[in-house]
Design a protein around this ligand. Structure first.
Ligand code: PMV
Length: 310
């Protein structure tokens, strides 16, 4: 009896995607970032399999399988247990859009597999294993995406200390998705090369982004608008070479339509932009769509990684 229930046990976990409000790229060099979880999730269902591990997914990028495989391996090592698995992934988050699908898939896999094997990982351990998964697959990665996928809400991330401070902020954001997939790894590498060639110019830009992020945290804690800081942050990301014409057009169109601020979000090179629009929401959404982007309301999710009814 117990063998049958063991074999048929299924565990499902989900984790949210994210948008980076401030600090992308600079966070790779130790500066802080501000990040928010969104109400689009990845769900990972796992069960023991008898003879080999199988992964099924509606994610189109095979790269995501690398995150899943590494996440599983790290859980096996952590719990000193292993088995074959049936893994089913369903994602509402567009891949390679800068909305954190790989972090969400990694973190949800870690919780689901650890529960299946009767392990009890703390959120801190899940975030840490998630970060190690991203580091392994991407080479360079800050703990931003995996921390927010684990904890949810809005976080101020201090990467060197691995300290995550929860911020209570209402952020009436609109996301514009260019539909263009891009590689975070390539964009991070491009910034590294730019910095290597021009350290005296690029280092102050990176520190400037860090200053903006610290200021944004204080303004958010005082309930103030951070649109102007988003605009300055976008300018510095352009200087780092990670914006595109389409992203910057959407950013400017959103501002003209009444957003208090707008910037690209995530690694850039395509992917998404965000606009802060406490009013004029439909005009801002229309302006973004006029730049060949899909727009959707970004609702901040307070729910980090969690178990679902399998
Ligand atoms: O996950 P993306 O594509 O939104 O970009 C992550 C943000 C970077 O700062 C560029 C990289 C990182 O590891 O923090």
């Amino acid at each position: 009896m117990s063998v049958i229930s063991q074999v048929s046990k299924k565990v499902e976990a989900s984790a949210p995607g994210k948008i980076i409000l401030f600090g992308e790229h600079a966070v790779v060099y130790g500066e802080p970032s501000l990040v928010a979880a969104i109400d689009k999730r990845v769900r990972v269902k796992v069960a023991r399999a008898s003879n080999k591990t199988r992964i099924r997914s509606n994610l189109s990028v095979k790269d995501d399988y690398r995150y899943v495989k590494k996440a599983v391996e790290l859980v096996f090592d952590n719990l000193s247990k292993k088995c074959h698995l049936d893994i089913d992934i369903k994602s509402e988050i567009p891949v390679a859009a800068g909305l954190g699908s790989s972090a969400a898939v990694s973190v949800a896999t870690i919780l689901a597999v650890s529960k299946l094997l009767d392990g009890e990982l703390t959120k801190k351990e899940i975030a840490e294993l998630g970060h190690r998964t991203e580091l392994y697959v991407q080479g360079a990665a800050s703990p931003t995406d995996t921390a927010i996928a684990t904890y949810g809400g809005v976080l101020y991330v201090q990467p060197k200390k691995k300290k995550y401070t929860r911020i209570n902020a209402a952020l009436p954001l609109i996301i514009g998705y260019t539909g263009i997939e891009r590689s975070t790894k390539v964009l991070v590498e491009n910034v590294r090369l730019l910095r290597e060639k021009n350290p005296a110019i690029v280092d102050p830009l990176i520190r400037g982004i860090g200053r903006i992020t610290k200021e944004a945290k204080m303004r958010l804690q005082r309930g103030e608008d951070v649109g102007e800081l988003m605009n300055i942050n976008h300018g510095l990301l352009e200087a780092l070479g990670v914006s595109t014409e389409q992203l910057s057009r959407a950013v400017h169109a959103a501002r003209q339509a009444g957003a208090t601020g707008a910037k690209l979000t995530g690694a850039g090179g395509g992917g998404c932009m965000i606009a802060l629009a406490p009013s004029n929401r439909s005009a801002v959404a229309e302006a973004i769509e006029g730049c060949n982007c899909r727009s959707f309301d970004s609702i901040i999710s307070t729910k980090g990684v969690r178990l679902e009814d399998a």
